[in-house]
Ligand binder design. Structure first.
Ligand code: ADP
Length: 377
């Protein structure tokens, strides 16, 4: 078992910067957990505390039920893959993959082995290392590259070698810090699929940091969405998308982002700047200032003077192949609608449209950056 538990973990850097605030997080054995959030939200600091590369200011970190706050990084049985791969340039692919295993040899170098009469044991260890390198190379498709040096590899291949070096040691937990950010867009998508498949095969516990919500959603069993050092939601990608805990998560997860408009709900009607839209039965008894959130694919565009619709002007039409994003100006401010390619054919910049909402898919939030989602009646 290699579950990871953080209890009230906080980090204050020297000089007083509070980077992480009372994090409570339980990552199950074998879980692919992705820490995601905008730059500076405390993801890397959290990961580095788990790795033992950063001191924990407050709280407790346990791996497999054992408190490891004071255990040095090298004794935590954790493998770390950074964004800049950090391969040894003077070692071949095979030697890079074997590196961690060589470090762990118990029978030392050839001379020590000779002096202590441990030659047979040493030979056995060498054979085991070679077998492990072959196995890992097969898993990652590195067989043909084993004698090459890092400078002779593409970015994606180097990244695979770095992953190979990490998995060769069979650690309890893998930590990845933005491992794909140096790859071009296409390779990033390919490598993330490979990582997902690899996780399925290894069933290892993985904690992965990225600022890219799409990467996070495709990889994670569960996302940990962070903002200002605080966990905003820890749930599956689908849950974060469909039932965001608060306005921050609602706006961060999903592309294009959810439309969020401040206003007021009264007698089942949401109003902003004098423009009103009727909501569903959940909100008939609610009266308060709040924000409405509606995903771009839940806006419907129709005739300009449609009864009960919000009047808007099309300011931009972006064709993305199978779908089209429409930017609108309205009394509710700027809105984005996502429509299918067929409906998009009639959309012209500068024309007026009537906007209606799939109201059963609308959310209401308390006011403020991290206002909680309201559940309704
Ligand atoms: P992320 O990985 O989400 O981009 P970080 O964990 O790197 O965020 O940083 C969180 C906060 O801590 C930021 O405000 C950052 O400026 C600050 N920070 C990070 N490292 C240090 C450091 N060594 N000393 C002081 N402040 C730091």
């Amino acid at each position: 078992m290699s579950d990871v538990t953080l209890t009230n973990v906080g980090k204050v850097y020297e000089g007083g910067v509070r980077a992480v605030e009372a994090v409570n997080l339980s990552i199950a054995d074998g879980e692919f957990c992705v820490l995601v959030g905008p730059s500076g939200c405390g993801k890397s600091t959290t990961l580095r505390m788990i790795a033992g590369l950063e001191e924990i200011s407050e709280g407790t970190l346990e791996i497999s039920g054992v408190r490891v706050n004071d255990l040095p990084a090298k004794d935590r049985d954790i493998a770390f893959v950074f964004q800049n791969y950090a391969l040894y340039p003077h070692l071949t692919v095979a030697q890079n993959v074997a590196f961690g295993l060589e470090q762990r040899r118990t029978h030392g170098n050839a001379l020590t082995a000779l002096l202590t009469g441990a030659n047979a044991a040493r030979a056995k260890e060498s054979a085991a290392i070679a077998a492990r390198v072959t196995e890992v190379s097969k898993t990652l498709g590195l067989n043909e590259l084993l004698t090459r040096y890092p400078r002779e590899l593409s970015g994606g291949q180097r990244q695979r070698v770095a992953v190979g070096r990490a998995i060769a040691r069979e650690p309890k937990v893998f930590l990845f810090d933005e491992p794909l950010s140096n790859l071009d867009a296409r390779l990033r998508i390919e490598t993330r699929t490979e990582l997902r498949l690899l996780h399925r095969r290894l069933r290892a516990t993985i904690i992965y940091v990225t600022h890219d919500q799409e990467e996070a959603m495709t990889l994670a069993d569960r996302l940990v969405v962070m903002h200002r050092g605080v966990i905003q939601q820890h749930a599956s990608a689908q849950e974060c998308y469909e039932r965001p805990a608060n306005r921050f998560v609602a706006g961060f997860i999903g592309t294009p982002p959810m439309n969020i408009v401040d206003g007021r709900v009264e007698n089942g009607v949401f109003e902003c700047n004098g423009a009103r839209i009727s909501l569903d039965a959940r909100w008939t008894t609610t009266t308060k200032a709040c924000a409405i959130g509606i995903r771009p694919d839940r806006l419907r565009l129709g005739a300009a003077h449609l009864e009960g619709a919000l009047l808007a002007t099309i300011v931009a039409v972006e064709h993305l192949g199978d779908r089209t994003d429409i930017t609108l100006d309205s009394a509710w401010g700027r809105l984005t609608a996502r429509v299918d390619a067929d409906s998009a054919r009639e959309m012209r910049e500068g024309t007026a449209v009537g906007v209606t909402l799939d109201v059963q898919h609308a959310h209401l939030f308390e006011l403020g950056e991290c206002g909680a989602r309201l559940n309704g009646a």
